[in-house]
Write a protein that binds this ligand. Structure first.
Ligand code: ZN
Length: 319
């Protein structure tokens, strides 16, 4: 039976402070956060953990339709084109109409995800501070501090700008409306930033790896401590042990016979001029910079994103 409600747990601190929202299972088969959240809720219920200021709200299953099916999406990807709508056509539209006001009512978002293949956890952050058109932002430092506190050693920045540039190229003749292309790229964290807040997407590990649950649990506790919301000292991560990657390009597959030179995995290092792939006509695709390949998708169809390129970032992390 299709879900008709969202479950929300909320703790209101008796002293004012940040309003943190923690979401999980925005993609229905990414359930580490859905296991981690009840642990933290229990700890708060039993006073093993004390909320001393601010508000923390948990949504353990943001997409109940996809979660019930154990699939990424219900009717569509909840983490794209996320906005309230008047004309509801898909299940995710109904979720968005509840989730968006909830996001807007908070200052900080921790969105817990997982991924398909083995690999280490990483966190996706938003843009640098800027007043441009795609994603204006003023909380770069606070967002970096949050990302750094979570306990993972890899940070990726620059998603929306790279995605929008790729999507605009993908449109015939390079003509496309910036607003609709950018809107499609808006997920939970982008919506949060559009409302004046900030937030990160934490990719905790492989979907069914029990370690991903530990990563998610630690991240929630670290976020609460870093924001001064629980009576535990803020984590003191060492920025020199964290690698920051800047996404700078997405390459589409043009033809089914475009081929990778080897089976790439996300975060495989690629030196400048490394031969990554060849087009059907033999044209080589080389890495313009030292960095890492991410999200290589050998199942991509012509016209779809094939792989993303990152380079080592010069982003300054707070110490
Ligand atoms: Zn996800």
């Amino acid at each position: 039976m299709e879900s008709t409600s969202l479950r929300v747990h909320q703790f209101l601190g008796l002293r004012p402070g940040p309003r943190l929202l923690v979401t999980a299972a925005v993609h229905g088969n990414e359930t580490c956060g859905s296991v981690a959240i009840p642990r933290v809720v229990d700890a708060l219920d039993q006073n093993m953990l004390r909320l001393v200021r601010g508000t923390v709200t948990f949504v353990p299953v943001a997409n109940p339709k996809a979660y019930a099916r154990r699939t990424r999406e219900g009717d569509r990807n909840l983490n794209r084109d996320l906005r309230p709508t008047v004309v509801v056509t898909e299940f995710e539209d109904r979720v968005a109409n509840q989730l968006c006001p909830l996001l807007a009512a908070h200052d900080v978002l921790l969105d817990l995800h997982s991924f398909n293949n083995p690999g280490q956890a990483f966190v996706m952050v938003g843009p640098r501070d800027n007043d441009g058109d795609v994603e204006p932002f003023a909380h770069e430092q606070a967002e970096s501090r949050l990302a750094l506190s979570l306990g993972v050693s890899r940070i990726v920045e620059g998603w929306l700008g790279t995605y929008v540039a790729g999507a605009r190229r993908r449109q015939t003749g390079g003509r496309s409306d910036l607003r609709s292309v950018t809107q499609y790229g808006v997920g939970t964290t982008e919506f949060m930033r559009s409302q004046g807040g900030y937030g990160v997407t934490l990719e905790c590990g492989q979907h069914d790896d029990p370690l991903a649950v530990e990563v998610a649990t630690t991240a929630i506790l670290n976020a609460l401590a870093q924001l001064g919301m629980i009576d535990k000292p803020a984590p003191r991560p060492d920025p020199s042990r964290v690698e920051v990657l800047r996404m700078y390009d997405v390459v589409d597959r043009d033809d089914a016979n475009d081929a990778f030179m080897r089976p790439w995995a996300s975060f495989d290092p690629i030196g400048q001029d490394t031969l990554i792939a060849r087009r059907k006509d033999g044209t080589p695709l080389r890495a313009p910079h030292d960095g890492r390949i991410i999200f290589p998708n050998d199942a991509a169809r012509p016209g779809e994103e094939w792989f993303y390129l990152t380079r080592y970032s010069d982003r300054q992390l707070p110490t």
